[in-house]
Design a binder for this molecule. Structure first.
Ligand code: ADP
Length: 208
């Protein structure tokens, strides 16, 4: 970075913006294998939070690759850059006072740690969406595992590219065993426990 680029502090900061929204800014980071349920669970949580008047934004892996990161592939370097950029965007969103939800395979521990480190203390919540590979392969909503097994997609996480399991995630969802509603309740309960939700919360009705 050029030494001529100097950080400018503005009068309206994260505190002002989050007070205006009456909420604690957060980045809720979902990591896990493809088809483990990251997008589905993040979307369901966002729906509940929005209904309860929280201000949110869901950054979704596939969607971001259509725009901001459409120049990136799936090599180790490109995956690193994908997460670095998304981490910076999530940080901007938290700085705007939002509850940002990010659903990315984000298979590498170091990349996730870097995102944690650029955020203010306590604003990064790592959620491990843990479904066994066999379950993900059975679900395979986009037919990607089938393609990877046939060798039509290279460097596919879980097949010919590694997934590094989170060592100390704030929330560990056993997504092969629990329903989406149960996963959302687990998250709401955690957010409540850490004081991130204002006035309690309504548990989600458990449907099938
Ligand atoms: P990811 O974002 O991790 O790639 P998706 O959410 O896109 O995963 O896909 C997961 C698929 O599994 C969806 O079709 C979802 O409906 C299905 N599914 C079935 N059971 C569950 C569960 N308990 N939790 C999350 N997703 C589930």
């Amino acid at each position: 970075m050029s030494s001529n680029v100097v950080w400018h502090t503005h009068p309206v900061d994260q505190e002002v913006r989050s007070e205006q929204k009456s909420q604690r800014p957060l980045v809720i980071w979902f990591t896990g294998l493809s088809a483990s349920g990251k997008s589905t669970i993040a979307g369901a949580l966002e729906q509940i939070l929005t209904r309860q008047n929280y201000h949110t934004y869901l950054l979704d892996g596939d969607n971001v690759r259509h725009g901001l990161n459409n120049d990136l592939g799936f090599s180790h370097e490109d995956r690193q850059e994908n997460i670095r950029r998304v981490g910076e965007v999530a940080k901007l969103m938290a700085d705007a006072g939002l509850i940002a939800l990010a659903a990315f395979i984000s298979p590498f521990r170091d990349d996730r740690r870097l995102v944690r480190e650029i955020l203010p203390e306590g604003q990064f919540i790592e959620v491990f969406v843990d479904a066994p590979l066999t379950v993900c392969q059975e679900r395979d909503p986009k037919g990607l595992y089938a393609k990877a097994v046939r060798g039509e997609i290279k460097q596919f996480t879980g097949i010919d590219s590694p997934y590094e399991i989170p060592e100390k995630p704030e929330v560990h969802i056993r997504a092969g065993e629990v329903s989406v509603a149960e996963a959302v309740n687990q998250l709401l309960s955690y957010l409540h426990e850490i004081g991130a939700l204002q006035a309690g919360y309504e548990p989600v009705a458990l449907e099938a």
